[in-house]
Design a protein. Sequence first.
Length: 340
Amino acid sequence: MKYILFSLHGYLELFKKRGEKTLFDYARKYNFEKFMENGKWGYVKFDNKIEKGYFKFLMPKNIFPGEGFLRALKYKIPTNKNETIFLCKFVFSVDGKIVETEIFLNLEEKKALIEAIKKEKNNFDFFVFEEDIILKFYENLTLTENGFPNKIKNRNVGDVLYKKDEFRKINKIMEDSLNILNIHPVNKVKSDLNEPCANFLYFYGMGKSTERIEFSDIIKKDVFYFSDSETLKGLKEFLKFEEMGKIDDIKDNTLYWLNFSLDYKNSPSIWVKNFENFSKDILSEISYKEDIKFLFIFDPFMDENYEYENGLSLFLGVNFPSRIRSKYKNSSILFQKFIE
């Protein structure tokens, strides 16, 4: 048997009612109709953070290494077991309360703000990218979760610090950032323009360096991975998936994971067109066959720095030999059903 998993991020939007119909009703299905005829629809619940959600989908019994570590793998940042990795984001605080978590900063502005915080301190290092800011702290701290940025709006700064005493140095960096950044030239310009300032550096997504896993050895199948975005690249690196270009020959006892994403900034008509192109172009390369098991997952828009509400994703399972339930609260059970 061959196995093909499609994860379609943002495509869940196509199934939401707009009046009497959904966008999916209007879309031309092309080759997808054959899969619908031979499949069963259902709902599956993932964790409300995308990287952890797919990790638990594949590896339910393993300890999640944290978003920070997966992001370090994504950017090829060297780590070891005596270090702790955090994700960081600039937010706007007024009178000790966080009032805005979405602040536009270009790469040079981010670097300038980080340099002001880093000055004359040597127990940590920052790595600044267009989408991510990563802090590598040279101490081995206990893995602890902190709310994602979209969950801290209107909270007091003191309430979003880490509670354990071993995090006092981490909390000190965050507290110091408020004093340093309030008077920074970047924020002086923003204040003059009446824009939200980037005056507090918030830490979340804590991760620990962990030995990478050979996922193909666990499921006893070769694994190939393709994605049109880099959002899950850290997870792909952690589980040692082999990256592929084009499927020319679908082999037995092999899992192919194809990962596609919509852009939330595009209009609904573009989302429909993207689905139609997926159905027409991708599914023409991978036509329906009875000796291939297919699993299509339609989930929310994908932002790895965003914590979603606990909703359900939609799935279509095709050529499952045994009965599929209509709802899976534990996503890993669906994956095991798919891969068995």
